[in-house]
Design a protein around this ligand. Structure first.
Ligand code: XUL
Length: 590
């Protein structure tokens, strides 16, 4: 047997899972930061001080030793591990001091653990900004202003400027901690921090995760010179290396067809001496957690993953670089010439649960019971064909809007709103309407990212050629939303266990090759494992299958379950809602 390891360094814990060569789980260990490392006094893994949210770097060092100790204690023979990769929270940054690289290279299993050898002097800052930080409003504004506003920033870097993104975070350090910044010799994301630790040397950024910085020019595949310069210009007394040098040069690119996946290095001596890992064990670049999640399932271009948690996140694998200020684009971590789009919503399960309990209350059913809600969602004879409603108990990201609820009726022929109503005939309508409108919102936002297939789909919508729709300020011909559909949709996360919700979502999204469900609580870590295993296999067979083909043929049976097939009539039924949704959002955002 041989194994690969996938780490997941997230906000609250460090996990490590092992899979065997058949992709079957072979072992698992984790470290919960608050519970297992109470000395750092973090809350859910972070320190919060007003708008600033950060994590102690030393805690991560301790966690790496502890998780490997725990994994070895399960009896897994770490000497049989051939390859390692992993997943990390996105956007965070570790600031290394002058000695960082030497200390990494001289790690010695006989000289104490990682925290003893690195924490005292390897870093120029003891904490790393966390993705929940929202203290960089001024920096975001300055950076967007330099590249043509939100649209310009999204065009270059794949996202408008975001408070949590690493560029604004670095700019804040330049402005508010100049001494620490000048003492910094390297800046790593959390992903190449982890890769560097395991390799015992500083390694460059991984390209897909580098797209979460607001610094990387995605189309040119190099750091944006104007953005680097903007940050450089804010240094008041530059003494240390340039920003590009601190970032360890340009990121490591995803290899092209026929090229060997880039290996970051072999695992450092410290880990072979201490945990019995083999000196020939290879470390492949860690990536960001959302990107790793994409790697946990066989997504090809045109396939989508809908994560149904407290919030809803849609990840789409696409060949189209079609940036917008309202979502994120990253380069794909393993498929050349592909991107990952990420659309994030605040309102997901919580909003559905509110409607469920309101419905249950009208029928004297206990709160928390899904039966009545699910029956309404699944009920094709429940006529909601001219009803549309949005339910945002929390302010929403897309559309960008304060908390609100709105119910309307519309003319199916034109999409014009005919009536604003306080309630529908009964609460069952709300159950169906919330799932329909959540799915419609996803549908209209991923459509521009899908490859058009003119004439491929039949629709009963008879729009005049001038009909346009507008979402998030972007106006498009309605026709652009009627000639593209996702290929497969994978549903993951808590609510994906509810078949009625998944089927209704799929009916609206209209995947041409069906809808699937997958339950994997370790998706990020497993995505890291699969990336490592595929990279390792591919390095001895450069002409072998690409990553998605590899997973198609290697995923263990039962890892994904089919929940719905292609449903053309249902998809077309929801074509009639698109103009109405555009009208409703326009009104609400006005
Ligand atoms: C993505 C983001 C979060 C973190 C969580 O942009 O900020 O999903 O990656 O770890």
């Amino acid at each position: 047997m041989q194994y690969t390891l996938g780490f997941d360094l997230s906000t609250q814990q460090l996990k490590c899972v092992a899979v065997d060569e058949n992709l079957q789980p072979a072992g698992e260990a984790s470290v919960d930061f608050d519970a297992d490392l109470p000395g750092y006094k973090t809350t859910k893994g972070v320190y919060i001080s007003g708008e600033t949210v950060c994590s102690p770097v030393a805690q991560w060092l301790e966690a790496f030793d502890l998780v490997l100790e725990r994994l070895a204690a399960t009896g897994l023979d770490l000497g049989l591990v051939t390859a390692i990769s992993g997943s990390c929270q996105q956007h965070g940054a570790v600031f290394w001091g002058e000695d960082g690289s030497t200390l990494l290279a001289s790690l010695d299993a006989n000289q104490g653990n990682l925290v003893d050898q690195l924490a005292p002097t390897a870093f120029s800052r003891t904490t790393a900004p966390n993705w929940q930080d929202h203290s960089t409003g001024a920096q975001c504004q300055a950076m967007e202003a330099a590249v043509g506003g939100p649209q310009g920033m999204a065009q270059v870097t794949g996202s408008r400027a975001h408070l949590r993104f690493t560029g604004p975070q670095i700019l804040k350090v330049i402005e508010t901690e100049p001494a620490a910044y000048e003492a910094t010799h390297a800046i790593t994301l959390v992903s190449n921090f982890a890769t560097s630790l395991l390799c015992g040397k500083l390694v460059p950024l991984e390209e897909a995760d580098a797209c979460g910085m607001n610094l990387y020019d995605i189309e040119r595949r190099e750091f944006s010179r104007p953005l680097l310069q903007l940050l450089e210009d804010q240094r008041t007394a530059p003494t240390g290396p340039s920003l590009l040098s601190k970032l360890l040069g340009e990121p490591v690119r995803v290899q092209g067809p026929g090229e060997t996946p880039v290996c970051a290095g072999n695992v450092a001596r410290y880990f072979t001496d201490r945990y019995g890992l083999s000196p020939s064990c290879r470390v492949y670049p860690f990536t960001g957690d959302n990107l790793a999640t994409l790697c946990s399932l066989p997504l090809h271009g045109g396939d989508a993953m809908v994560s149904m948690g407290t919030s809803t996140t849609v990840l789409l694998c696409t060949r189209e670089y079609c940036p917008s200020p309202s979502y994120h684009l990253f380069r794909h971590p393993v498929l050349p010439d592909h991107y990952m789009a990420m659309v994030c919503y605040c309102n997901g399960s919580l909003a559905r649960e509110q409607i469920r309990d309101e419905l249950n209350a009208t029928k004297s059913i206990a709160p928390g019971d899904w039966e009545e809600f699910s029956a309404a969602v699944a009920d094709d004879s429940l006529d909601t064909s001219d009803e549309l409603a949005v339910y945002f108990p929390l302010g929403e990201i897309v559309p960008s809007i304060q908390a609100t609820t709105a119910r309307v009726r519309f003319d199916r022929a034109t999409g014009q709103l005919t009536d604003h109503v306080a309630s529908f005939p009964d609460r069952r309508h709300d159950a169906k309407a919330i799932v329909e409108s959540q799915a419609l919102s996803c549908r209209v936002r991923i459509a521009p990212l899908l490859t058009p297939q003119p004439g491929a789909f039949t629709t009963t919508v008879t729009a005049s050629s001038g009909t346009t729709v507008s979402f998030d300020g972007e106006v498009r011909p309605l026709g652009d939303l009627l000639d593209r559909r996702p290929s497969r949709c994978f549903f993951v996360g808590g609510a994906s266990r509810n078949t009625a919700i998944v089927r209704r979502f799929a009916a609206v999204l209209g995947p041409t090759a069906g809808a699937f469900r997958s339950e994997n609580p370790n998706a990020c870590a497993v995505g890291g494992c699969y990336k490592a295993l595929w990279s390792w296999l591919r390095s001895s067979d450069p002409q072998g299958p690409d990553f998605a083909q590899f997973l198609d043929s290697s995923m263990p049976a039962g890892a994904v379950a089919s929940v719905a097939g292609r449903e053309d009539a249902a998809w077309d039924h929801y074509n009639h809602y698109i103009v109405a949704l555009s009208n409703l959002e326009r009104e609400l955002c006005a």
